[in-house]
Design a protein around this ligand. Structure first.
Ligand code: P6P
Length: 324
């Protein structure tokens, strides 16, 4: 092997050294997410052996049936992040309201938002699932937790996901491109495997739940008809992190349009659409919610949903050309 071995921890320290006056707080947060990801990966991989599959017998604030591993993953992230002194606010898909840990005057510098185990309804069938996270700066003058975290995606200082798939992959951007790490379970470390990931500008693959086609507006239906006639492939796993990861690496476009059931779209802005949009733009792709760049949206509610269209630059532009 000719490449130097670079762990996620070392990589973040190198990145941090590029920022004058960096305090190390940010590194501690990524380190906490990395620790949580290793623990969650262990439970996901041993779920059937540990008897933690299936639903938890309750529903979350979204009215979705909570899986046992949703609750466990959420607890792991809260326990890892709760110890970090620079965190002001934590917000999760699993809780109705954000948790205010400390004010700005007490050292609270960052807000961390996450979907602890997205796609968890696929766990019983062994499909890849993931953790999605977004890091924002705290607003010391804002006392309300929800207003503090309701920031446009362009305000993010970092975002990423962990894919618990055939291997455990940590994908991260801190605003200087996208880097990809793989967990080496034998040494318990995420190792850098690709720096500066770029999404192909073209990709003849679209990823959408076509079962809802009758509910899509005409523009989406016109795009799908065009794709069918122009040799596109359809790939849809129904687990956002897995679908996005494939799109990032092989190109194409991922869509979750408005439907009758979800007129704003199904995916949540702050801890699903916004972090994924940041990653896509950092990798040279595009991300739109309707006709607005996803990162420009100003959310009003913690669990606000938005339409999602993201992926290869030219593929997203082509879909937009049908949406009018
Ligand atoms: P549908 C999983 O439930 C999820 O939140 C995302 O991971 C995924 O992209 C989407 O919903 C799938 O939704 O309606 O196609 O089953």
């Amino acid at each position: 092997m000719t490449e130097n071995l670079m762990s996620l921890q070392s990589h973040i320290l190198v990145e941090e050294s590029k920022h004058q006056g960096a305090s190390g707080d940010f590194t501690w947060i990524i380190s906490a997410i990395s620790l949580a990801a290793k623990s969650i990966a262990n439970h996901v991989r041993r779920a059937r052996l540990e008897g933690v599959l299936g639903d938890a017998g309750a529903s979350n604030v979204q009215g979705e049936k909570q899986q046992t591993l949703d609750v466990l993953s959420n607890e792991i992230l809260m326990r890892c992040l709760g110890t970090r002194a620079s965190i002001a606010v934590l917000a999760t898909e699993e809780s109705e309201h954000p948790s205010i840990l400390r004010r700005g005057v007490d050292g609270g510098k960052y807000c961390v938002l996450f979907d602890p185990l997205d796609g968890s309804s696929n766990l019983d069938t062994g499909v890849g699932v993931g953790t999605i996270f977004s890091i924002l700066r705290n607003i010391p003058t804002e006392k309300d937790g929800e207003r503090t975290v309701c920031q446009a995606g362009r305000e993010q200082v970092a975002a990423g996901y962990v894919l618990y798939g055939s291997s455990t992959i940590f994908v991260l951007t801190t605003g200087n491109g996208v880097d990809l790490f793989e967990l080496d379970p034998y040494i318990g470390s995420f190792l850098l495997v690709k720096k500066g990931v770029r999404i192909p500008e073209l990709g003849k693959t679209y990823s959408i739940n076509e079962a809802y086609s009758a509910q899509f507006s005409q523009g989406y239906r016109d795009y799908l008809s065009w794709a069918h006639e122009n040799g596109y492939s359809s790939r849809y796993i129904g687990s956002m992190v897995a679908d996005i990861h494939r799109t990032l690496l092989t190109g194409g476009v991922f869509l979750y349009p408005p439907t009758t059931k979800n007129p704003e779209g199904k995916l949540r802005y702050l801890y699903e659409a916004s972090p994924m949009a940041f990653l896509m733009e950092q990798a040279g792709g595009l991300a739109y919610s309707g006709s607005t760049p996803t990162l420009d949206i100003q959310p009003q509610r913690l669990h606000q949903r938005v339409p999602v269209l993201l992926g290869s630059k030219h593929e997203v532009e082509r879909v937009l050309s049908f949406l009018g």
